[in-house]
Design a protein around this ligand. Structure first.
Ligand code: MLT
Length: 313
């Protein structure tokens, strides 16, 4: 009987609740999704593949599968899954589009506050025995203009939270209905206008060919001197080298960054700058978000393996 159970391949660490929910009707196997040879071998017998953001589920991986029915992304972004290639093979792709949006929004706000008040640098100095009050003067959020680039689910949550800090909200999003933005008390602007107006800018867009490098050297050049830039969305939406250069020159006052053009990474020009607060793609790394992402995709995988309709989470 064991041989007949569908094989669910876990390519990244998922919440225990997800594994529990999958139960004993399936055979759970583990592989390190970043180990390509191992992934290409293990995918051959898998009926379902579960990943987070580190595993590249591209055409080669899909072609190495023989009985794959579903690829499940325990998170929001599908930029690491070749959805058209999966669809062409009849493989269903599911994600957990609301599982970690609050965590992502909270992390963006945390990065903004940490950057505005130099919290990591001041903490590091104090631990080294330096009491440097004058070196770490910050800025208030209150009364400032907060620019949200991308007013989707996460961008809207960030906007709501920043409103509580007394900011004036502006946003760039070519797809949102103006009436929805008005309801949220947000003024819609063209990207250039937002860049010229905002005292702090937070990016909340998916990674697509259109959004890659959206904020580059030329865009940073028209921002307000002292602006704080936050990217907890995807690496490369803000050009890393251009951002580092703008912080180094003093034009950009500080940056909070959670995502990088290539991940994992321990080398970025941003890591050398004191006015940059950097975290290793932790936006969704909370107990609550991982629990939700895991159980959402586990449920979708069960339905898909049973040949049933999989509703949007
Ligand atoms: C997402 O797209 O959901 C995030 O990048 C979180 C993750 O990598 O799990």
């Amino acid at each position: 009987a064991t041989q007949n159970r569908p094989v669910v391949l876990l390519a990244e660490k998922l919440a225990p609740s997800a594994v529990e929910l999958l139960g004993t009707d399936v055979e759970i196997r583990h592989v390190d999704g970043t180990d390509r040879p191992a992934l290409l071998k293990e995918i051959a017998d898998a009926d379902a593949l579960l990943v987070r953001s580190a595993t590249q589920v591209d055409a080669e991986v899909l072609a190495a599968s023989t009985r794959l029915k579903v690829v499940a992304r325990a998170g929001v972004g599908l930029d690491n899954v070749d959805v058209p290639a999966a669809t062409a093979r009849g493989v269903l792709v599911v994600n957990a589009p609301t599982s970690n949006i609050v965590s992502a929004a909270e992390h963006a706000v945390a990065l903004l506050l940490a950057t505005a008040r130099h919290i990591p640098a001041a903490d590091a100095a104090l631990r080294k025995g330096q009491w440097k009050r004058s070196a770490y003067g910050g800025v208030e959020l209150n009364g400032k203009v907060a620019g949200i680039v991308g007013l989707g689910k996460i961008g809207q949550l960030v906007a709501q939270r920043l409103a509580a800090f007394g900011t004036r909200l502006v946003a760039y999003d070519p797809y949102i209905a103006p009436s929805r933005a008005a309801q949220l008390g947000i003024e819609l602007l063209e990207l250039d206008e937002l860049l010229r107006t905002a005292d702090m800018i937070s990016i909340h867009l998916p990674k697509t060919p259109e959004t890659q490098g959206l904020i580059g050297k030329d865009q940073l050049a028209i921002t307000k001197p002292g602006v704080i830039v936050v990217n907890a969305a995807r690496g490369g939406l803000v050009d890393e080298d251009a951002l580092a250069e703008a912080v180094r020159s003093g034009h950009v006052g500080g940056a909070g960054v959670d995502v990088y053009i290539s991940e994992p990474t321990t080398s970025s020009p941003l890591f050398e700058l004191e006015n940059v607060v950097a975290t290793p793609h932790l936006g969704a790394s909370t107990a609550e978000a991982q629990d939700r992402a895991g159980t959402d995709v586990a449920r979708s995988v069960q339905l898909a393996l049973a040949g049933e309709f999989v509703p949007d989470a």
